[in-house]
Each structure stands twice: as C-alpha cells, then as structure tokens.
Write a protein that binds this ligand. Sequence first.
Ligand code: ASP
Ligand code: MG
Length: 403
Amino acid sequence: MLIVKKFGGSSVANKERIFRVAERCIEEYKKGNDVVVVLSAMGDTTDELLAKAADINPNAPKRELDMLLTTGEQVSVSLMAMAMHALGVSAVSLNAYQVMMHSTSRYGNARFKRIDSERIRHELDSRKIVIVTGFQGVNKYDDYTTLGRGGSDTTAVALAAALRADACEIYTDVDGVYTADPRVVKNARKLKEITYDEMLELATSGAKVLHNRSVEMAKKYGVQLVVRSSLNLEEGTTVKEVAKMEKMLISGVAGDKNTARISVLGVSDQPGVAFKIFHTLAKNNINVDIILQSVGREGTKDISFTVSQEDLKPALAILEEYQEPMTIREIKWEDTVAKISIVGAGMMSNPGVAAKLFESLYNNGININMISTSEIRITVLIDEKEIDKAMQAVHDGFGLGDV
Ligand code: ASP
Ligand code: MG
C-alpha cells in the first residue's frame, strides 16, 4: 500500500513530537508500505515568520512573503528526515521544487495545477520514506508560492491523488471531525463518517479541522480522507462521497468569528447598482458572503453583506473610492458579528430544519441579523458575544450531543 500521512504544525512542534511522528511513520513503513509524509511548519512558525515580515515591512511584496513562509516547512521536513535516520530508517525530505508541484502564479493563495510523481516514485522504489513540505508550490516563473493558511492538507490530498495512494490520513490535534468544536461544546460527539459535501460546508463555515480546498480536491479526485489524532490511536473520521446516515438531520454546527458586516445605505433602486458594487469588490479579490437587500423605498434601497475581517478594510476603501458612481449615501460597518452554521445532508429532504434552528436561538434570547442557506447548510449572523452560547443551544436543540 502507498499511504500519505499529513501532520500539522502542533504535531511536529518540538523534538519529542517529531520523534513520535517519526516512529509512527516508521511503524507503517516496516509493515512493507510505501509512506509519503507531508508536514506543516513546526508549531507557530508561520505566524512568527509573518510577524517578522510585518516588522520589516508591513507591505512586503507577496513574492517575498512566500519566499519566507516556505522556509517553515523546509525546516520541519529536514528535521523529520534526520529523526528517521537517527532511528535507523532511510528517509528523504523534498520541497515543492524538488517534487515539482506546479501551482498557479498567485502568491499567498496559489492552487495546484499539476504534480510530477517521478521523483517521489523513484525515492519510494529505493525504500525511502519520503517527506514533503506542505503548503507550497512552484509557479510558472519558477518561484515559490503558498496555498493559503492551512494549505498543507491540500498538499497531502494533491499528492494522494497524483500518486494514486491507497490511503490519505490527516493527523491533527483533535481526534476527528466533531458535531461541534469540542472546546466550545463540551458534549460534542465525534463523527465516524461525513460526506465531502458536508465537510466542505463545515470547513467553509469556520470548522478548522480541514483546509476547505483539500476537501474540494478530495471530492474531485475521489480521495478518501481519514482525519485522526497524532496523539492517540483513536479511529478518527472518514470523509467520503456517501456516508452512512446516522439518522441525523444535521451533522454539525460551526461557528466563525472571522466575519464583518458592511451596509451600504440609500443606493438608488435601479438595475445595475448591485452589479456595480459586487463586481468591483470581486475584481479586487474580496469574497462576499451573506447578502441581504432591503425592500426599495422612495427610489432607494439598502444592501448589507458580510466579508472576512481581513477583507473589511480593503472593502471599505473600495466602497469609499466609488461611493459616488455606486450611488451610496452612507457606508456602515460592524466587526463584532459572528456566523453560526448548521450542516447536514439530511436537511435536503426534511422540512422544518430552519425553524428548529431559529427556535433554538430564540429560546436562548439570541437575535438573528442575517440568514443565508445552501442545499445542505443554513447560516445565521449573530452578535459575536453570543457565539459560544449559540453553538451550545443549537447543538442541544438538534440533540447532537452524547447521551
Ligand atoms: N504552515 C502553514 C500555516 O500555518 C500551512 C499549514 O499549517 O497547513 O498556515
Ligand atoms: Mg491545519
């Protein structure tokens, strides 16, 4: 079997943990399997590198930022190879350039285009454990790129797809995918299985277990994922196309504080205005999430929408710049809001899920600001202060916890 194993930053944060991971991989290797290991940077390395960059130049060129950030993963993979050698097993560390993991050009948010498998195959054939840097690619200018925060999961899935691996295991500091963040909701339950679609909605809604693009890619290439803990031998959660329905209406609740609301007031109520606003934001790479438009009154209307907190400042700058052509009378914003989402394939065929969500919030005196839905997700915007209470209330309301 060929197995891809990915370990996150906290799993390789220090010497002891590096050896623990090394031993775990060697165990797999000694069963006769081919083992490819993908690593994140140690502990908080990426944050520390970003802080260093900001200290030198808060507007650092994106290319140079990626040049810096990719060093984090290069440290962890080389140390891991050394640890394996110390344990008497032959291993080789490779970065994105050595493997040739071709990505799009965009620094800081690149996507994989194609991955060469020859080098890895060659190393596996000579019975080495291959350790690959997560989070990085190489663009058409032969420069390093990074895939966006948390991107090492995507590296693992991309390699699993390119190598047609028999298994892709994502090791992290939680035991698997839970019905809610167990740090917030004490009686949250670990799921045995979840579908790609549900996992994707959860990852996009703020559940931090998996990089959402890794799930997208796993679905596209049919790579079955297992999410499990690097600290124990618990079974974990399998992410796949069809999950056995556990007779659950919904599979999970996710909260996301990284959101801000912008309202543009008094825009003229005529065709093309919404287009102008959202087209301009999109052109500037600002992702808009929930959108709410008021009923027109006296020839004007108000539009509210949410963006991530990082995008708040740039979005406001654009709206101010184009305030006149966009016919905006007034711009308001608020960053003390949070999103709470419920996700479940079961809601497609069951009416009343939205009502139950609203009831759970109402019973706890939590006010809803905005609502958005997809086929298998409902998201509401609430006051950030109430997020933990809301998570628990909704989790209880749907009876998701351990009994
Ligand atoms: N080291 C990168 C980050 O902190 C990538 C990853 O951990 O997946 O975002
Ligand atoms: Mg991660």
